[in-house]
Write a protein that binds this ligand. Structure first.
Ligand code: TYD
Ligand code: MG
Length: 482
């Protein structure tokens, strides 16, 4: 007789182990492994969607499968078993459902792909429900049937939010349910083009032995909904909560089964919200979408630089503007630094909005190559407005901000600084410089401190100050400031 099999699932990350352990070897969480009975069905076999499995045959004949369904590309690949020539595939259009909410469409790569699965993660209260209700309304107004499943809030709560947002499309249906079978039956019955599940963590399958909200529930419910989406050709958008440490509960499971993963970034206490695509099978992952939280919901931000540069023309010592490239767009941001004499012990280095390791390296270069004595100084670096700038081309602005703070010199007015700083103190050239300089020009900047190699290549109308080394750039900053 076969031995009874057991498995242990980490409730933090979803990793599966053969035996119990005090610490999860995958995510390092303590006492998080729980014993689970092994599921009778293999969820990786499409047939495992059981009751809805019959759809796989007829789903493709639905009118929504569109003209390209002959090649089986648009509406999910499940029912098609014959190989198709790639030349045929690339010529067939992949239709997208556009919401008209440009910031939202762009991070998805140009709209929602039919039959795709999207995961939107973020801290509680950051605006996930607000954004998706608004997007659902726009999609419904564009003629697509949308089913908004609220598993967290009652229909009445959603009604209040909808009233506040002015959402009233007749093609948008709200459905309050947490039972997976009810949700699946409703999808099969009403055949919407898009289903929003708000949130996936509250959905449960009654036949599973584990409690709602556990990793095995999340995995099974997520998988079944994704298969159902592929079989019926509807797109499904999951809302997922992020845990305190910044990961979605059971992240690996959900991130692997969906096509696109979007994260809401930003601070609940600031008005700006940023969405970043961290995985996208149908578009670039560098894209960001910017929104502003208002009384009437989330507004698109079409001119981000203006928003981050509110006071940029009255600069204090230790403040430098740079142009950061985020995906296909350039954002001008202000980097601020402050240095003060440290008290006892090791000096503090506190960074917000930039990479702390990168800042530590820049401080070391300033110390060694530019001979600034920062060893006894506390250094604070902040990127204004709650954006996070991680690309190396912000190095020069960070270095100049720290140098400016230390020497108490104000950067020359209407000047931006862009460049990567090497360990030898040399300035390295940067990518996308034309787009960055054009954006600066558009916003009224007049001077640019650039690496010499970049300065040679550009044809910008700004007055360029080419610098081979960091020391030159610092001189340029202090000389003009007097
Ligand atoms: P919500 O979408 O409920 O967040 P999530 O689904 O990510 O948990 O939005 C929560 C916050 O947004 C809440 O604190 C109130 C605020 N808000 C506004 O400022 N304006 C609005 O029009 C709406 C609907 C919400
Ligand atoms: Mg919500």
């Amino acid at each position: 007789m076969a031995k009874k099999r057991r498995e242990f699932i980490c409730q933090k990350c979803g990793a599966v182990q053969a035996g119990w352990m005090g610490k999860c070897p995958d995510c390092g969480a303590w006492d998080s492994l729980m014993e689970q009975a092994i599921l009778p069905e293999d969820p990786h076999v499409p047939g495992a969607i059981g009751a809805y499995g019959s759809l796989a045959g007829e789903g493709m004949t639905s009118e929504r499968a569109g003209p390209s369904s002959g090649s089986g590309f648009a509406a999910g690949a499940i029912p098609i078993s014959a190989p198709v020539a790639i030349s045929e595939l690339i010529d067939s259009e992949v239709p997208r459902l556009e919401s008209g909410l440009n910031e939202f469409d762009r991070i998805l790569g140009g709209g929602v792909v039919p039959g795709s699965a999207v995961l939107l993660g973020g801290d509680p209260g950051i605006g996930k429900s607000t954004l998706l209700l608004q997007a659902a309304d726009r999609l419904a107004a564009a003629g697509h049937d949308v089913l908004y499943v609220t598993s967290e809030e009652s229909v009445r709560q959603t009604q209040l939010r909808a009233r506040r947002l002015g959402v009233r499309s007749p093609k948008l249906a709200v459905f309050s349910a947490t039972n997976l079978d009810l949700i699946a039956n409703q999808i099969v019955k009403s055949r919407p083009a898009i289903v929003v599940i708000d949130s996936i963590q509250m959905v449960y399958k009654p036949t599973l032995p584990s409690a709602p909200g556990t990793v095995s529930q999340l995995r099974q419910c997520g998988l079944e909904l994704v298969y159902l989406a592929k079989a019926t050709g509807c797109s499904v958008i999951f809302i997922g909560h992020v845990t305190k440490t910044g990961t979605i509960a059971g992240p690996r499971l959900l991130e692997h089964i969906v096509d696109t993963v979007l994260y809401f970034e930003g601070d609940r206490h600031q008005t700006y919200r940023m969405i970043r695509a961290v995985k996208n099978r149908f578009g670039s992952t560098n894209e960001i979408g910017l929104f502003r939280m208002t009384d009437g919901g989330l507004d698109e931000v079409t001119n981000p630089s203006e928003m981050f540069l509110a006071n940029a023309f009255e600069q204090a010592p230790g403040s430098v503007i740079t142009a950061a490239a985020e995906g296909s767009r350039v954002i001008l941001v202000e980097v601020q630094a402050l240095t003060t004499l440290a008290g006892f012990g090791a000096p503090k280095r506190k960074v917000s909005g930039a990479d702390a390791n990168r800042v530590a390296m820049i401080i070391a270069v300033l110390e060694k190559r530019a001979e600034l004595h920062l060893a006894d100084q506390d250094v604070f670096v902040n990127v204004v407005g709650g954006v996070k700038v991680v690309e190396p081309s912000a190095d020069l602005a960070i270095a100049l901000a720290i140098a400016g703070a230390y020497c108490n010199s104000v950067a020359p007015p209407r000047t931006i600084a862009i460049g990567e700083v090497g360990l030898g103190g040399e300035l390295r050239s940067i990518g996308q410089f034309d787009a960055r300089l054009a954006e600066a020009e558009k916003l009224g900047f007049e001077h640019a401190i650039l690496p010499a190699a970049t300065a040679e290549a550009t044809k910008t109308k700004l007055t360029v100050h080419p610098c081979k080394r960091l020391e030159q750039a610092i001189e340029c900053l202090t000389r003009k400031g007097k």
